[in-house]
Ligand binder design. Structure first.
Ligand SMILES: Cc1cc2nc3c(=O)[nH]c(=O)nc-3n(C[C@H](O)[C@H](O)[C@H](O)COP(=O)(O)OP(=O)(O)OC[C@H]3O[C@@H](n4cnc5c(N)ncnc54)[C@H](O)[C@@H]3O)c2cc1C
Length: 432
């Protein structure tokens, strides 16, 4: 048994960790009362990848490419392969993942199981839309090969299924062509939430990627920075040589507090306002700005942190976003990692996929116990009333009733769960 944490570092409880070996993968037997959960690279913020007191099936050694067709961009790989390895091997050949989250340190298995989204939802939807086939190993030893055409119900349950339908051992992905590793980007400062929506709408017509940083202390006003990008041929011959640094230790208390946040948010907003306008950027800093500071999650101290990510329908999004920002500003909590973006009409292919047409707001909060929970209860009420939901890949505390209200296909999903699998999240939200 050894302690395992997810990205939010909210707990560090013992798990029986079994590292799966490539080639003829079998699932190790666990004591009958000890169910297991697949584990990718632990980049989920909450408890989707945790199973305290039970077993983890770790995929870190399932990191092989099994086949790549350079004429069609079809890649088959084991599911422990990191998105970073796909990008760094294949971007030079003109192929890239069509959808990529804000970190490239997630595995293919983790990206499918949370049906992750990127900054180009209106163009490419979610990760699951580009999965051609999955090999799923069940705890009873049977294997199911599923795709949108074959055993499509298992496919829809597994994409976004937070590891609960079985162990994905292999996946076949359709990559997309890119002209180079470079992007033409633009940063546009904005002064309030309405301006964000105007910029978003305008950008959908001519920009593939868009995302915005929002100052969570600014309240209803919500000033921020809108970033957008398109692939381009132009760029330097060699990628920039960014030094990867590491946050060295866990400080005794969170370094993120109202004072540090105020100073950071002002400095970040005004520094970037000066850098407004267009420039050519390499895909890595544009897609994955945080990956150059390893272990940045330590800065929240020993109690860890939550990410609260919601999506609310577009029709009410302006009012709802303002109400949420107001509640956050009044509470004085939050962090500089605050992201606002729009999802298009393309619903995820999974029964439990998170994206729906609307606006998603994601904010990190240091864990301050009761006062943080009080703020979350207020935000939950706003999201629920608007008909929205929270992202399972980030969640560590929503109630079962909030889950059931937000995910109308939850009951249907239960037909495909693997009875030998459980997780902290499954017990909390689905009762098994
Ligand atoms: C800095 C940062 C930025 C992020 N930005 C985004 C973003 O923009 N968009 C977004 O959607 N997400 C984002 N995320 C969340 C992250 O992409 C997801 O949580 C992703 O699932 C993590 O992958 P992982 O390999 O670490 O999986 P883990 O966290 O280890 O596991 C996640 C889930 O996948 C399941 N799983 C893993 N491997 C398998 C397998 N082989 N078979 C079956 N189930 C499996 C686990 O059981 C678990 O339920 C971000 C995370 C970080 C830390």
């Amino acid at each position: 048994m050894r302690p395992v944490s997810s990205w939010g570092r909210l707990s560090s409880l013992p798990h029986d960790v079994f590292t799966l070996e490539p080639g003829g993968i079998t699932l190790p037997a666990t004591a009958s009362d000890k169910k297991a959960i697949p584990f990718g690279n632990g980049r989920s913020y909450g408890d989707a990848c945790l199973n305290a007191g039970g077993a983890l099936w770790a995929t870190s050694r399932l990191d092989h490419f099994l086949g790549f067709d350079a004429s069609t961009g079809v890649l088959t790989c084991e599911t422990g392969v990191l998105l970073r390895d796909i990008q760094s091997c294949l971007v030079g050949q003109g192929w890239m993942l069509p959808v990529t989250p804000g970190t490239q340190m997630a595995t293919v298995g983790g990206a499918i199981a949370n049906d992750v989204h990127g900054k180009n939802h209106h163009v490419f939807g979610t990760f699951g839309e580009h999965v051609l086939q999955i090999k799923l190993l069940r705890s009873d030893g049977t294997s199911i090969v599923c795709s949108p055409q074959r055993h499509s119900e298992y496919f829809a349950a597994t994409v976004g299924g937070i590891g609960l339908t079985g162990m994905m051992t292999e996946a076949t992905l359709q990559l997309r062509r890119v002209p180079s590793p470079w992007l033409e980007t633009e940063t546009v400062p904005y002064g309030d939430v309405q301006e964000f929506f105007d910029l978003s709408q305008e950008s959908e017509l001519s920009w593939e990627y868009s995302v915005s940083w929002i100052d969570c202390l600014a309240g209803k006003g919500g000033r921020g920075l809108f970033m957008r990008g398109n692939h381009t041929q132009r760029g330097a011959a060699a990628p920039p040589t960014a030094r990867v640094r590491s946050f060295p230790l866990v400080p005794p208390v969170s370094l993120v507090n109202r004072l540090s946040l105020n100073i950071f948010n002002n400095a970040y907003f005004y520094a970037n306002r000066l850098k407004r306008g267009r420039r050519v950027a390499h895909y890595q800093p544009f897609f994955y700005p945080l990956d150059n500071l390893q272990h940045w999650n330590r800065m929240y101290g020993p109690k860890g942190f939550y990410q609260y990510q919601s999506v609310v329908p577009l029709a009410q999004a302006v009012q709802v976003t303002k109400a949420m920002l107001d509640a956050i500003a009044i509470s004085g909590q939050g962090s500089f990692l605050a992201v606002l973006k729009n999802f298009s009409k393309r619903n995820g292919v999974g029964m439990l996929s998170f994206p729906q047409e609307g606006t998603t707001l994601a904010l990190d909060f240091p864990n301050k116990g009761a006062s943080t929970e009080k703020l979350f209860n207020r935000l939950d009420a706003i999201v629920l009333e608007a008909g929205g939901r929270l992202y399972l890949g980030k969640d560590a505390r929503m109630t079962r009733s909030m889950f059931e209200a937000g995910y109308p296909r939850a009951n249907e999903f239960l037909n495909y769960r693997d009875p030998g699998i459980s997780s902290d999240m499954a017990r909390r939200l689905m009762g098994f």
